[in-house]
Design a protein around this ligand. Structure first.
Ligand code: IPM
Ligand code: MN
Length: 353
């Protein structure tokens, strides 16, 4: 394949892990006979500094012209501590989602056997956990009508049939390619929007008789995720619930630094780590690049290049097993590796594989 990739390094540790992702992508492309070209574009605080806009038109264009976006992280404390700031880096993320029509966010929760002891949960509870959460990403309260004055405020959790159907269809299809089990997470005992989700899911069920579909209230799902995560195969939910549940899911595996995600929809798909920009670690060469690297695996898999994806997954597993690890997941008796050194190790290893 001939890949055109838009690279959006963003803020904080973003540029450091982005470089590792790009180097790994290049190494895999060289090995497997693909061509790849990269276009770099600013996003988040970096783009505010340069253009006064966290998702400038030029960055949008670069994304639209690409086959895929390799995104790293955005966020800068200088905006967090300023409630009067008119533009914030996070708005860049929301603008990117909306403008690229990225209605589905796919976040896998996966256990790395080498790191099972790092999880706050007991090994026997998590050892068989392997599920994906599909979060609706361009609707609900994030984008619904909002109002605020000094005495009253609201956010509207609006969903249309079309928005619900397309994300449910994707979830049913994913379940089909996995273990044929779909859990629709909602709050249908209280919310009208959830009742519509559930109604539509029930209407669609007969088209997917090979998939076992169950329905779970979000509060119960939050509990089940930590008491019996192996119950889940594919979970689908609305934007706000998905935001909360995927953070919960990320700690199950033991390190946020290992989990990638994909956002797909109407235009160019985006691949990114689930963690944030960790500004305190910027430039210190301590950020774990593995989530970014695994997001490159998801990128290849999106284009049905399974062997390329598997190559990256194996390289990451081998690195972890050989204690090629950043400080937050290193064990006693082994020296921690830097972001750059891990990148170099992965590239060498891929070349030799
Ligand atoms: C996420 C983040 C974003 C969200 C923020 C930064 C706007 O928490 O990607 O989960 O809430 O969607
Ligand atoms: Mn979140």
């Amino acid at each position: 394949m001939d890949f055109k990739i838009a690279v959006l390094p963003g803020d904080g540790i973003g540029p450091e892990i982005s470089k590792v992702g790009v180097d790994v992508m290049t190494a895999v492309c060289e090995k497997m006979g693909h061509k790849v070209t990269y276009t770099y574009a600013p996003v988040g605080a970096a783009a505010i500094d340069e253009f006064g806009d966290p998702f400038p038109e030029s960055t949008f264009r670069a994304c639209m012209d690409a086959d895929a976006v390799l995104f790293s992280a955005i966020g800068d404390p200088k905006y967090d501590n300023d409630p009067t700031a008119k533009v914030r880096p996070e708005q860049g993320l929301l603008a990117m989602r909306k403008k690229l029509g990225l209605f589905a966010n796919i976040r896998p929760v996966q256990i790395f056997p080498a790191l099972i002891h790092k999880s706050p949960l007991k090994a026997e509870i998590i050892k068989d956990a392997d599920f994906i959460c599909i979060r609706e990403l361009t609707g609900g309260m994030y984008f619904g009508e909002k109002y605020q004055d000094d005495n009253r405020a609201f956010d509207t959790n609006a969903y249309t049939r079309e928005e619900i159907e397309r994300i449910l269809r994707m979830a049913f299809e994913y379940a089909r390619r996995r273990r044929n089990h779909l859990t629709v997470v909602d709050k249908a005992n209280v919310l009208a929007s959830s009742r519509l989700w559930r109604k539509i899911a029930k209407e669609m069920e007969p088209q997917y008789l090979d998939v076992t579909t169950d329905y779970m209230f979000v509060d119960n799902a939050a509990m089940k995720m930590i008491t019996e995560p192996a119950f889940f195969d594919v979970m689908v939910t609305e934007n706000t619930f998905g935001d909360i549940l995927t953070d919960e899911g990320s700690v199950i595996s033991g390190s946020m630094g290992l989990l990638p995600s994909a956002s797909t929809g109407e235009h160019t798909p985006v691949f990114e780590p689930i963690h944030g920009s960790w500004p305190q670690a910027k430039g210190l060469n301590i950020a774990n690049p593995m989530a970014q690297v695994l997001s490159v695996a998801m990128l290849f898999e999106y284009f049905n290049l399974k062997e390329e994806g598997a190559l990256i997954r194996k390289a990451v597993d081998d690195a972890l097993a050989a204690y090629i690890r950043t400080p937050e997941i290193q064990v006693e008796g082994h020296t921690a590796y830097g972001t750059k050194e891990i990148g170099q190790w992965l590239v060498n290893h891929i070349n030799e594989m």
